[in-house]
Design a protein around this ligand. Structure first.
Ligand SMILES: [Zn+2]
Length: 127
């Protein structure tokens, strides 16, 4: 079974491929389970450390999921990541391949600007 984040989990660990230099974020619980590099297919990426803490603007997976009925979030996902909603918490890329919701969450959390936009949506809901 693929890794399923808990509602409060944050992708907080940066890993890098030693072959092509691609970097991406994973959940701490995924560190022991990493497969090959998604870009070049080389074996096991290296752990580079955690994301700089203290932005205070992270939105957990559970809160992100609760925002999926927000049209502005779907617009952001479309513009930032080029994904279109399929409904029912499912997204597809330009080639029509389904992208796991965990990937959508950590792609947005891995960019300070996008992370801030998601955070603002969450805060405008929370009030
Ligand atoms: Zn690579």
């Amino acid at each position: 079974m693929p890794f399923q984040p808990l509602p409060e989990d944050q992708p907080s660990c940066t890993v890098a491929c030693s072959a092509c230099g691609h970097r991406w974020l994973v959940y701490e619980q995924q560190l022991g389970l990493l497969g090959s590099c998604p870009v070049c297919g080389a074996a096991r990426p290296r752990y580079m450390g955690s994301v700089a803490p203290g932005s205070g603007r992270q939105v957990s997976f559970g809160r992100f999921r609760a925002l999926l009925d927000e049209p502005r979030l779907l617009t952001l996902i479309g513009q930032a990541l080029g994904l279109r909603p399929l409904g029912g918490e499912r997204f597809a890329d330009a080639q029509g391949r389904e992208v796991p919701l965990e990937d959508v969450h950590f792609a947005l959390q891995g960019n300070a600007g996008w992370q801030g936009q998601v955070y603002n949506l969450h805060m405008s809901r929370a009030r």
